[in-house]
Design a protein around this ligand. Structure first.
Ligand SMILES: Nc1ncnc2c1ncn2[C@@H]1O[C@H](COP(=O)(O)OP(=O)(O)O)[C@@H](O)[C@H]1O
Ligand SMILES: [Mg+2]
Length: 323
């Protein structure tokens, strides 16, 4: 029994099909931006590389804690290449019936190959939670383990044969089958953001509001160990509360707003608790926030945060490939 009774499943049956237009650029630390620049560079230079008998690398694995931007980065890359991306959900592949998962994996790769042929250009095949389908093979003792080893073998073969881009993301790199891991020629570990990245992430997601330099720095410090996803949730909840407080007749004062904001978004239990959540609305970072929150474009020039000097700015200047 297969999840896909139809003869030819569509890409959308396996996950989300994402177009370049919806992608956003993640805010990343320098090492990752460097690696990304290098990879994009070699893909753009494919023709010159081919002349010397080298092909651009086509398989990357992103490892790192939840909410650091693995999916965002894969989508951004696909967009930079002007390509569609299919973000495969493991639960669409894994089935309990004997042989079904392996068959689904085969169907997925066939479907991507068909689509690539039909549209005459590659598709980025993105596996989220890769460890769920590419778990380390074991000396199988149970039927379930045997079944899993069988589909991991299938996956390994199909990855090797596939002509196109494959990106895999995992929070548990150490659980991924070693032989599969070796088939990927780029391994990137995405770390939690540092102080500079946290400031940039706050600025992006607080927009159209903004904070004076000192307040921005202190708030970013209180968010050490927070993931970008958590900082985004914090900013969006804050904006929501600011708009809703008068409508719902809630206490509009800064500490009251922060209490509600902090109660409505929480750090991932595996990532430790940033200071802001330990101290709560009484944190010194909250005290320093001007209230009502000013608009970014209304900050006096001497208070406005300086744009950080960006030695990797050239990454932004690489052309976007148009299909
Ligand atoms: N580095 C980043 N810069 C800006 N926004 C980010 C970043 N990382 C994550 N986000 C935001 O957090 C959310 C979750 O990110 P996602 O890419 O799904 O993380 P992951 O795949 O690592 O779990 C996304 O909505 C994204 O906008
Ligand atoms: Mg993700």
């Amino acid at each position: 029994m297969s999840l896909f009774p139809k003869e030819s499943p569509k890409l959308a049956d396996f996950g989300d099909v994402l177009t370049p237009a919806e992608a956003i650029e993640p805010i990343l630390g320098r090492p990752i931006r460097g690696a990304l620049l290098e990879w994009l560079g070699e893909i753009f230079a494919a023709a010159q590389l081919e002349e010397v008998g080298v092909k651009p690398r086509r398989r990357a694995i992103f490892d790192g804690p939840p909410g650091v931007g693995k999916t965002t980065l894969a989508h951004h890359l696909a967009a930079r290449l002007g390509l569609l991306m299919v973000a495969v959900r493991p639960e669409r592949l894994v089935e309990k019936y004997l042989g079904s998962t392996g068959r689904n994996i085969g169907d997925l790769f066939d479907c991507v190959a068909r689509q690539q042929d039909a549209q005459g250009e590659p598709i980025v095949l993105f596996f989220d939670e890769f460890d769920a389908i590419a778990a380390q093979r074991s000396k199988a003792t149970s039927g379930a383990e045997q079944e899993q080893n069988t589909w991991v073998n299938t996956l390994l073969q199909r990855i090797e044969q596939h002509d196109g881009f494959i990106i895999a993301a995992t929070n548990f790199g150490e659980h991924v089958d070693k032989a599969i891991w070796r088939r990927f020629d780029i391994h990137m570990t995405l770390e939690l953001p540092g102080q500079g990245e946290r400031e940039a992430i706050l600025q992006r997601y607080l927009d159209p509001f903004g904070l004076p330099d000192r307040s921005l720095k202190t708030l970013a410090e209180s968010l050490a160990t927070a993931s970008p996803a958590l900082i985004r949730a914090l900013c969006e909840n804050l904006k929501r509360q600011i708009v809703l407080a008068p409508i719902l007749e809630q206490d509009p004062r800064r500490e009251a707003v922060f209490e509600r904001v902090l109660a409505s978004c929480h750090p991932h239990p595996d990532l430790g608790k940033p200071r802001l959540w330990s101290h709560g609305a009484g944190d010194q970072a909250v005290e320093l926030i001007p209230w009502p929150l000013p608009r970014a474009d209304a900050l006096p020039a001497e208070d406005a945060p300086e744009a950080p000097a960006d030695p990797d700015a050239k990454i932004i200047q690489l052309p976007r490939r148009t299909p």
